[in-house]
Design a protein around this ligand. Structure first.
Ligand code: UDP
Length: 234
């Protein structure tokens, strides 16, 4: 069993059945899946994305500067964290959110010690604001946070059940990898797990990653128990 898990949830997963924004039903379902890992004895830190509201790269242009667009993207992750943490607590999963963007009125500032203290109390920690700087994604922030918090594994929850040698929605004969090395994930251009900056950081520090499908019941708890789920990158 992995003792401390960094779960990367993208904004897209929180929009559930909608085209954008936040789906509380989906969040409640995620709460029940995360609850199983916590009851199983793992500590969980969530790095939350914001793509259901805004992505910096897409917003840039027509006068909007990249730095401003990325700030908007980071604010989007905070909106998700606020709502997700409420739903987690409402569902009986004790959780607190922390942000790397200074905004005292809205959320406590992330500090290493604060995060540890929440984890020690059995709470899930939802981290917003990426790492608080532009030109990065929450994937890279997830790897950085996993390293900082000494996580045993990163679980990257996706729509598909792992990493394929080509896009499975375009190529029906695409083959799923059960195991990959971090080196392969960095070097092979067709392997798209996270952005390359994130994977390169993970490879530099031997941070293992499991890519799995979120919407399969018990996937998270099975992976937390060390069962082979999705694609494991070590
Ligand atoms: N972002 C940023 N710095 C960070 C993390 C995120 O500037 O450390 C911005 C960036 O514009 C990004 C947006 O926040 O596009 C939302 O994050 P992301 O695209 O990773 O969300 P996801 O695709 O996981 O929903």
């Amino acid at each position: 069993m992995y003792k401390r898990i960094l779960l990367k949830l993208s904004g897209e997963q929180l929009q559930g059945e909608y085209d954008s924004g936040f789906d509380a039903n989906r969040a409640a379902w995620i709460a029940s899946e995360v609850q199983k890992i916590v009851e199983n004895g793992s500590q969980v830190i969530v790095m939350i994305g914001g793509g259901n509201y805004a992505r910096g790269a897409q917003l840039t242009g027509g006068g909007v500067r990249r730095v401003s667009a990325d700030n908007i993207g980071m604010l989007a992750t905070m909106m998700n964290a606020i709502a997700l943490t409420d739903v987690f607590n409402a569902e009986g999963l004790s959780a607190r959110s922390l942000t790397n963007v200074k905004s005292d009125q809205v959320m406590d500032q992330f500090t290493h010690r604060r995060a540890l203290s929440h984890l020690d109390k059995g709470r899930v920690v939802v981290v917003a604001g990426g790492i608080g700087r532009p030109y990065l994604t929450t994937d890279t922030a997830a790897v950085s946070l996993a390293l900082e918090m000494d996580c045993d594994v990163i679980m990257k929850a996706t729509k598909v059940d792992g990493v394929y040698d080509s896009d499975p929605s375009a190529n029906p004969s695409a083959v799923r990898y059960e195991r990959l090395t971090l080196q392969q994930a960095v070097e092979e251009p067709d392997i798209k797990v996270m952005d390359k900056a994130a994977i390169a950081l993970a490879a530099d520090h031997q941070q293992s990653i499991i890519v799995l499908e979120l919407l399969q019941e018990n996937n998270l708890v099975r992976a937390a128990n060390g069962e082979s789920v999705g694609t494991t990158i070590v």
